[in-house]
Ligand binder design. Sequence first.
Ligand SMILES: [Zn+2]
Length: 262
Amino acid sequence: MSVTDKLLKVFLVDKQLRGLQSRLRAAEKFLSDQTGSLQQIESKKAALETQLRQLTAATSERQGEMARLDEKLKTVKERMDAAQTNKEYKAFLTEMNGFKEARDKVETEALEQMGKIDELKKQLAEMTTQRDDRQKVAKVADDDRSKRAAEIKDRLDELTKERATLAAEIPKEPLKTFELLIRARGDDAMAQIEIQDRKRHEYNCGSCMMSIPVETISSVLGSGRLTTCVSCGCILYVTEADAKSLQEPAGGKGKSRSSSAG
Ligand SMILES: [Zn+2]
């Protein structure tokens, strides 16, 4: 078996491996998108919770302040009631009005804060719903990923072993060339030579579709050494059936060898 034939076997196994892994990668990508989005929601939620805590503390400070002012108002009111002179009474009244004004201001602030607290609580509830929904999606995505990983595991192990066995048969240099091509071109690392018109010697590369000179065909068929497409650089091969027909004279009877009979 020629190096090209051996590489083709590795190539076909690699293709299956990539196909299997790409389905798993899609599931992994979806899962990581969900996890990322979940983290964003969690951090927004945490920020809202911090705001809510701060605002709640500020509101209770205002309420404390109001209680203190109420206490002062009560005292002044008592003193006012016990006032002996008109002057004294007026002085307490001024003081009382001052406290009342301060209390109104603090109360207004407290009410504003409570309004904000209600708003924050609403946002937080919505964020919690979003988080719960996203968690459900992430859970499904995680299950799906695990399921896919489990589904392909045996086949993946099998193919990986098969690939190692096949690759061990191939000399270092061509294998290296092949692997570089795989990295650069993936499924287009190797391409079949397509026969357009045998009699007119018209062939083309199955990857880039550019025509291939007949010498290239001879090179692939004859030596079986690595032959690349001059246009796209992929490793060219011919299928077994094509090789058989190409080795017979065009339109003529085959120079039949015992192995090619059938
Ligand atoms: Zn090509």
